[in-house]
Design a protein. Sequence first.
Length: 114
Amino acid sequence: QVQLVESGGGLVQPGGSLRLSCAAPRSTFSGYIMGWYRQAPGNQRELVARITTAGNTYYTDPVKGRFTISRDNTKNTVYLQMNSLKPEDTAVYYCNRPYSVVPWGQGTQVTVSS
C-alpha cells in the first residue's frame, strides 16, 4: 500500500523558517515528479512546488523566492524549505505526484502566527 509520510511542520512566527520532509516507498518515488501541496481551512488543496527527477523545479507565485523544493533520490524523500513564512502560509502541507496522484498521506500542519 502506498504511504506518503510528511513531517516537519509546527508553529512558527512570521518571518521564520521550517523544513518539511516527505518519505515515500521507492516504487512511489523513483522516476516520478514529486510535488508539495497545501490546504488551508475552507480552501481547496493547491500545488505549491514540484520537482522533476533531474531536479528541475517549479513554484507557484505565492511561494516563489521563499520556498525551495529538493529531493534525495537515495532516500526516496522530497523536502520543502520554507523561509520568510507569512500567516497566509498556514495550512496542512502534503506531498504527492502531480501527474499520477497516489493516496494522500496525513499531511503536516504548518501554523504561522505571532
